[in-house]
Design a protein around this ligand. Structure first.
Ligand code: SAM
Ligand code: SF4
Length: 444
């Protein structure tokens, strides 16, 4: 290709795995329009911010990031765009508020990004696209053309959500639940395997709901069964599962399908039935604990992680205590914990019995200290054991070390060389920390 037509894109990503995956798709799309990625915004022709609006904090980051890029626009005429959930939520209002912004791209408009970009480049017209696409074309993945550097890859199996939990913005910014045809998913996974990917993580807001609305008769467990047969793929993960829809059939997959890793992320949000009801989660603490018992029975070594919210409107001290009790019962391997953040347009944002910020903060600190100790103890229990580790790359801590994950998704650092990337090794665990393990390779 002629070097003079080559342009550079800088992309900043906030939020969940879905956004990370969308950013990968954006980069692949733009490659076809002669854009290559740069990690330095100053040398970019296009700056994109892929945003998250699940809580207030990441949403605010968007505005401070835009403030940083204003200068680039003034000095170099860089094209500036906002994609993702804030783009979807704010639409034209973002263009009004930020005069130097060129482009607002909603969550289902990504496939048409090159056309919008061309419009801006040719006519200088500002673009705002936030329509939902009923045909689901946004679900089509762009496949990488060359061997990929990562050993693991996300694969979208569905988007959107029908649940409308009272605190959550997702159904408003990602639209209703829509599943992707199983054949497309399988083809993508086979393609990734041919390019060297060993582990796939299937993405959806509620993967247990996979298959609804498709012409074919397929459940999420059946899809897992088919992926389990894909040659070259060694490990399968998925996120997120909703406790309400976690079926017995899916629980059984942990013992039926060898490649399905022994880890489930099963957000519980609160341990109080009163709070769960007002969150509209559709299950009780007892139902949640029962599913955990079933999972542990079917797969005794399963690692369990979850999301939890503290300070939801109306959460009293005894409700918070019930959340701690549930944690004690389950003994999670890790927990993503959040202070409740009111989101405009959701039901809970209208609730009046708000919890003071300092109380939310105290509860979060107590919960996080408790979890840190529990995560450490769970990791310590692995001392002396031999774990299968998929080597992902160099360790962030030391140049001498490599890093990988166990089937239970725990990070393990160990001495080794770069040639090991992509290999499945047996590693003996020697030392435990709260968020990682240290070990040594066994040479059989
Ligand atoms: N679909 C997943 C589920 O049902 O559990 C979660 C999706 S959401 C992007 C990720 C997590 O963000 C949620 O599990 C919840 O703990 C947290 N979250 C969502 N809305 C929130 C809010 N308004 N305030 C605080 N945390 C929130
Ligand atoms: Fe949000 Fe609830 Fe849907 Fe999860 S299930 S995305 S928390 S509305």
């Amino acid at each position: 290709m002629n070097g003079s037509t080559q342009k550079r894109v800088y992309i900043e990503t906030y939020g969940c795995q879905m956004n990370e995956h969308d950013s990968e798709q954006i980069l692949r799309l733009l490659e076809r329009s002669h854009y290559i990625e740069t990690k330095n915004a100053r040398e970019a022709d296009l700056v994109l911010i892929n945003t998250c609006s699940v809580r207030e904090k990441p949403e605010h980051k968007v505005y401070s990031a835009l403030g940083r890029f204003k200068k680039l626009k003034e000095e170099k005429g860089t094209i500036i765009g906002v994609a993702g959930c804030v783009a979807q939520q704010e639409g034209e209002k973002l263009l009004d508020r930020i005069p130097f912004l060129d482009m607002v791209i909603g969550t289902q408009a990504i496939p048409w990004l090159p056309q919008y970009l061309q419009k801006i480049e040719v006519s200088g017209q500002r673009v705002c696209e936030t329509d939902f696409d009923p045909e689901g074309r946004y679900l089509t993945s762009l496949l990488p053309q060359e061997p990929v550097r990562q050993v693991k890859s996300y694969v979208t199996i569905m988007q959107g959500c029908n649940h409308f939990c009272s605190f959550c913005i997702v159904p408003y910014v990602r639209g209703r639940e829509k599943s992707r045809a199983s054949q497309d998913i399988i083809e993508e996974i086979k393609h990734l395997a041919r390019l060297g990917v060993k582990e796939v993580c299937l993405l959806g807001q509620n993967v247990n709901g996979y298959g609804k609305g498709l012409a074919e008769e397929i459940s999420f467990s059946k899809l897992l069964g088919r992926i389990n047969q894909a040659e070259g793929i060694e490990r399968i993960r998925f996120t997120t599962s909703h406790p309400k829809d976690l079926s017995e059939e899916l629980i059984e997959t942990f013992s039926n399908f060898k490649k399905v890793c022994e880890h489930i992320h099963l957000p519980f949000q609160s341990g109080s039935n009163k709070v769960l009801k007002s969150m509209r989660r559709g299950y009780t603490k007892e139902v949640y604990l029962d599913k955990i018992d079933r999972l542990k029975k079917v797969c005794p070594s399963i690692a369990i992680t979850a999301d939890v919210i503290v300070g939801f409107p109306g959460e009293e001290e005894e409700d918070f205590q019930e959340t701690l009790d549930l944690m004690e019962r389950v003994r999670f391997d890790d927990l993503y914990s959040f202070k409740y953040s009111p989101r405009k347009g959701t039901r809970a944002s209208q609730f009046e019995d708000r919890i003071e910020e300092c109380v939310k903060q105290d509860r979060l600190s107590i919960l996080q200290r408790f979890q840190k100790e529990m995560s450490f103890q769970k990791n310590q229990a692995l001392g002396g054991s031999v774990e299968e580790v998929l080597v992902e790359g160099r360790s962030k801590q030391s140049d001498q070390d490599m890093s990988g994950r166990t089937r239970s998704n725990k990070i393990v650092n160990f001495e080794g060389i770069s040639d090991l990337v992509g290999k499945l090794l047996h590693v003996r665990i020697n030392k435990a920390y709260a968020h990682s393990l240290r070990g040594e390779i066994l040479t059989d």
